[in-house]
Write a protein of this length. Structure first.
Length: 339
């Protein structure tokens, strides 16, 4: 047996690492391994930890350190982190999913979803703040009868493109997870295909079918408006985006968006209203969608049929309080958490 080199003894020796930046002393609540990266979820941030061996697998440079990097300034205290990545890490579990299902790929797509939802959150907050400041400024200043100084955001179109792009990325990654369950053709017509699949497999009265039918037009709207914003082709594919505007009735309307996508006409709505609704609604859609998907594919464990169930609020772990779903088994008429 060959003697270990100094670099081998160095890499294999015990060590410790304090995870977190100077402004984040919050507690670690979960860890998630993906590839050669260990993602450490704290209350106020998510950090990618890489060991020296993953950077220098041939062990050629003894000076290579272990590294950590904050990838998101949101952690388990953020509701949308719980509804997306933490719920996905709980449900996409090899113990309960079919052996043919790629849990790691599903979790990676879920992480992409979280990144985009975090970006949506930031665009939404910035838009709401700017809009409120402009309205307050307009209401507080004196106005000349010769020319009204209108409130203005200025870069409304740019913000809309960013927000709708991120929202569509969420939708498409979720559709990618659907395909992992039902095959690549499951997204042939977007989420309308999923609605047809669930109706055929489980019946029109099944809760999953009803959910799929309910969310399909919402996700189609996001897709179509994103295409209108990024790939306009007037007059059939076009988005009409406006800043604050004065109408003939002397009323000032907030920034609005209206879209025409081929045969579809999407009426004008306040941009701030849509952003706020989507920033809250998409994490909920994602959370419920993967809960339904997993509930239809969970396998038997040790002679018991495992189920996806909603954990009562009082029983949720404090560090991951925003994770609503888990696996459980029925024992003596009661649901017992299995993971």
């Amino acid at each position: 047996m060959s003697e270990k080199k100094p670099i081998d003894r160095l890499r294999e020796s015990a060590g410790r690492m304090e995870i977190g930046t100077a402004d984040d002393a919050s507690a670690i609540t979960a860890m998630l391994a993906m590839g050669d990266v260990l993602y450490t979820i704290k209350e106020h941030g998510i950090y990618a930890v890489k060991l020296a061996d993953s950077i220098d697998p041939k062990r050629q440079n003894p000076h290579i350190p272990n590294t950590q990097q904050r990838v998101l300034a949101y952690g388990s205290e953020s509701e949308f982190v719980g509804r997306t990545l933490l719920t996905a890490s709980k449900l996409f579990n090899k113990t309960y999913m079919p052996s043919s299902f790629n849990c790691e790929q599903a979790i990676m797509k879920s992480f992409d979803v979280l990144r985009d939802i975090a970006a949506m959150h930031e665009v939404n907050v910035a838009f709401q703040t700017t809009e409120a400041v402009e309205i307050e400024g307009f209401n507080s200043r004196k106005h000349s009868q010769d020319a009204l100084i209108m409130p203005a955001i200025g870069d409304v179109l740019v913000r809309c493109k960013t927000f709708w792009q991120k929202a569509d990325h969420v939708s498409q990654n979720l559709l990618g997870i659907v395909k992992l369950f039902y095959g690549k053709n499951a997204g042939a017509e977007g989420f309308e295909t999923l609605a047809k699949i669930t109706a055929e497999k489980y019946g029109e009265d099944d809760p999953f079918t009803k959910f799929a039918i309910e969310v399909a037009p919402k996700l189609k709207y996001i897709r179509n408006v994103r295409n209108c914003l990024e790939h306009p082709n007037p007059p059939t594919i076009i988005a009409i985006v406006s800043d604050f505007a004065l109408g003939a009735d002397m009323k000032i309307s907030p920034p609005m968006i209206e879209a025409h996508y081929r045969g579809e006409h999407y009426s004008s709505v306040p941009i701030s209203w849509f952003m706020a609704d989507a920033a809250i609604g998409l994490p909920m859609i994602f959370e419920n969608m993967i809960a339904y998907l997993c509930s239809k594919h969970v396998r038997r464990i040790g002679g018991f049929q495992a189920e996806v169930f909603e954990v009562p609020i009082a029983e949720r772990l404090g560090e991951n309080k925003h994770v609503r779903f888990s696996y459980g088994v029925q024992m003596n008429g009661q649901m017992v958490t299995a993971c």
